[in-house]
Structure formats: C-alpha cells, structure tokens
Design a protein around this ligand. Structure first.
Ligand SMILES: Cc1cc2nc3c(=O)[nH]c(=O)nc-3n(C[C@H](O)[C@H](O)[C@H](O)COP(=O)(O)OP(=O)(O)OC[C@H]3O[C@@H](n4cnc5c(N)ncnc54)[C@H](O)[C@@H]3O)c2cc1C
Length: 328
C-alpha cells in the first residue's frame, strides 16, 4: 500500500502526533511524508529517521500563517500526482480543516479522529469513537485516495533511527494567496478567557431552571446572566462546556476542554457541568476548582477543591450577593 503522511512541525521538530501518524503509516506500507511549518526542511532528517522513504517539503514563506485554502491549493495537485492509497494526518484543528478541504478537492473519502486502522484485502477499515467515546464504530473507506486523521496517542510513536536521507521533493505554494492575514487581535469587551484569573463556566445545567421548566432557551439566557453577573463581580471571564457551545448559547471561542481552550485560572467555577474527561482536560490545572452541581455523584466533584451540591439558579445569585458585599 502507498501511504502519505502530513507532518506538522514545531521549532523545527516533528510533533509527537505527526510521528505517531508516520508510525501508523509505516505498518501499512511505503510512506512518503509531506512536511509543513516553519523550518520544515530541518525536520526532513527526522522524517527519514521515523521511516519515511521520501519527503516532500512545502515551500511556505518565512513566518507564513496556516491558511487551509492555501495549503490545500498547493498539496492537492501533489497528492493527485503521487496517487497514494491513503493519506494520514494528525488530528489537530489545522489538519482536520486541511483534510476536510482536500477531501472536497480530491473527491476523497475521509474519516477523522481514528484510533485503529486495518486492511482487509484492498479495503481499508478504520475505527473511531462515537457518542462522546461511549462506543466505537468501524467503517470501510470508499473508493479513491483515502484521507484519515488520527487521534493523538492512539498509535505508537516509532523509534527514531539514524537514517537521515532519501528522496526530497519540494511543493510550491501558489504565488498569489487567496487570503492574507493582516493582523490578529483579541475580541473586544470583557476579560480574555486565556489570561483570566477567574473563570465562571457553565454547562448544560444552565438550561435547566426549575422556574422556567420546559423552556430551555429562556433557562439558558437566565443562566448566562448569572454567570456574567458573577464574572463581573469577580473580574473574571465567562466560559462553558461544549454542550452549551454546541447548543449555540456561547460562541466556540468560550469553550473549555479538549476541543476548546485550555485554561489555568486562579479560580475556576464549574456550574452545571458534569465533568466529562474532555472538559476536565481543559481546566484541571486551575488553582482552585469550585463545582456547583445538583447531582452529588457528578464526576466534576472528583477534581473539585470545593464542591457545592445545589441548584445553580439558587446558589449563584446568593454567592454573587455575598461576594458583592465582601468585595465592597
Ligand atoms: C472528541 C470529543 C471532544 C470533546 N471536547 C469537549 C470540550 O472541549 N469541552 C467540553 O466541555 N466537552 C467536550 N466534549 C463533550 C463532553 O464529552 C461532554 O459531553 C460535555 O462536556 C458535557 O457538557 P456538560 O457537563 O455541560 O453537560 P452534561 O454532561 O449534560 O452535564 C450537565 C450537568 O448539569 C447538572 N445540572 C443540571 N441542572 C442543574 C442545575 N439546575 N443546577 C446545578 N446543576 C445542574 C447535572 O447534574 C449534570 O451533571 C467532547 C466530546 C468528544 C467526544
């Protein structure tokens, strides 16, 4: 089988999830690596060392921002030329965006967040978690060049051998970019979530106000007001679990967790959040975790320094009033 692996680099080194992808590809057949990123060319030696038989370096400009459209425009013709059976990517945001775009350009089947790959004759089968990790599905990828993103740490990183050369290709970026990033700035208003010392975070519990039973949207609005009021009193930022971001009550930029922001404030208040592992990985390094949940068995209490078993619609306003008095 002919494989290709898209590698990300950081500081001239291949990232661990990229090395894992190379390891997975090596088990399946001959592997060509495509390297992107600043000082990508200094990582070619390691790509050979991890088992690539050829390396293609994406000739980006110095300090070039990742813009999926530009990378896709450059890489798609190269993939079409090389005709690999399978292209593997790490499961980063950028790679998922790029792989998604390539799948449209190449008219290819794609599977994301894959944890196992096997072959049955010509067919490639992949396994990935579904229903928030409660079950796994096995799917057969259809015709064409198959694209797969791999979950980090699901595959072993291969040993780095001394081999440090082989065939090197260059992939040119289009001279004219469709999009130009002129500047980046933080959204205005409120405290920035990443640098906030206090984070008041709400979960699906904010959609469950007894007095507004049956009206989830009105509950969520009321819940968000409570989070904002407390954030204002404490000089903090408002955040949320994926459940309320997916439901559209908070923008994605406020999501904490595995697929959101990683935060480490002095105080993290989790209100109406059950404490799934995907949420906890985003906030567990907070110095003081206070959990408010009406279910005493909620897993969030296992990581909380202070646990309050209460209805958040009763507890948060009381806490806010108390703090307002104390903080003057
Ligand atoms: C690949 C993947 C990535 C993911 N990434 C993330 C991520 O980045 N961030 C994230 O948060 N999730 C993520 N998830 C989703 C995660 O698995 C959970 O589904 C999600 O965190 C649950 O959100 P929740 O705790 O708000 O909701 P629920 O699990 O529904 O919990 C709601 C909680 O509120 C409590 N409650 C209800 N009413 C009240 C009330 N009135 N007062 C007090 N408590 C109340 C309940 O007892 C319950 O514990 C991801 C999942 C997958 C599969």
């Amino acid at each position: 089988m002919k494989c290709m692996v898209y590698l990300e680099t950081l500081g001239g080194k291949i990232t661990p999830p990229s090395a894992e992808a190379l390891g997975a590809a090596k088990q399946l057949g001959e592997t060509m690596a495509v390297i992107s990123g600043l000082s990508a060319s200094s990582a070619t030696g390691d790509a050979f060392g991890y088992g690539a038989t050829a390396v293609a370096v994406l000739n980006t400009l110095q300090n070039e921002e990742f813009v999926a459209e530009h990378f896709c425009e450059a890489i798609a013709p190269f993939i079409r030329d090389q005709k690999p059976d399978l292209v593997l990517f790490p499961n980063s945001f950028e790679c998922r965006e790029l792989a998604g775009m390539l799948s449209v350009d190449l008219d290819s089947p794609i599977a994301t967040d894959v944890v196992r790959i096997e072959t049955r004759g010509e067919t490639i089968l992949v396994e990935r978690p579904i229903y928030e990790g409660k079950a796994f599905e096995k799917i057969a990828l259809g015709e064409g060049i198959k694209l797969v993103t791999l979950r980090a740490r699901a595959f072993n990183q291969p040993e780095l051998s001394a081999a440090s050369n082989g065939t090197i290709f260059g992939i040119d970026m289009a001279a004219k970019r469709m999009v130009e990033v002129l500047a980046k700035s933080e959204a205005q208003g409120g405290v920035s979530l990443s640098s906030a010392k206090v984070v008041i975070s709400g979960g699906r519990g904010i959609t469950n106000c007894k007095q507004l039973a049956g009206d989830e949207t009105a509950s969520a609005k009321r819940g968000l007001i409570l989070l904002e009021e407390l954030a204002e009193t404490m000089g903090g930022a408002v955040a949320g679990s994926r459940a309320i971001v997916d439901a559209g009550y908070l923008p994605y930029s406020h999501q904490v967790g595995q697929t959101g922001k990683l935060v480490s404030p002095d105080v993290y208040i989790a209100a109406g959040i059950s404490g799934s592992i995907q949420h906890i990985v985003g906030m567990r390094s907070s110095k003081l975790i206070i959990a408010v949940n009406k279910d005493p068995e909620a897993p969030i209490f296992e990581v909380a320094d202070l646990g309050v078993v209460a209805d958040l619609f009763e507890y948060l306003p009381a806490l806010n009033e108390d703090l307002k008095k104390k903080l003057g």
